[in-house]
Design a protein around this ligand. Structure first.
Ligand SMILES: [Zn+2]
Length: 126
């Protein structure tokens, strides 16, 4: 089955749900962050998928806004001792980062597939 034989899949929905970017039904992940070798529904070879450090950069930025913003707000509003900050915001940092990493990685892979993004090649290499 060629790629154009599948119904169009919204890459944002498929990506955020961790589904295959081609069929929208198969699962992208084999473990928490480990990619499956291929889609179990349409057989799409996921060897092309390389999100690199992209998800980590987005997650660090978003988590930084959330956690630092919340810590500043709590400090200004309540001025608790530092151990209270550590008790609240260290686990919050882990939860926010772990919660965002998987959907961010699958979203970037879905967008990579949708936009046919790949490593640049010189014309004379083909
Ligand atoms: Zn699939």
């Amino acid at each position: 089955m060629a790629a154009d034989e599948y119904p169009p899949v919204n890459p944002y929905v498929a990506g955020l749900l961790g589904h295959c970017p081609r069929c929208g039904k198969g699962h992208l992940f084999q473990g928490f962050l480990k990619l499956a070798p291929r889609c179990e529904v349409c057989g799409l070879d996921l060897a092309f998928a390389d999100s690199g450090d992209g998800p980590a950069v987005f997650v660090m930025t978003i988590a930084g806004f959330i956690v630092v913003g919340a810590a500043l707000w709590v400090e200004v509003a309540y001025a608790p001792p530092y151990w209270v900050h550590a008790l609240i915001f260290l686990p919050l940092t882990v939860v926010v980062c772990a919660g965002l990493l998987r959907p961010t990685k699958s979203l970037l892979i879905a967008l990579q597939y949708f936009n046919r993004a790949e490593e640049g090649q010189r014309a004379d290499e083909n």
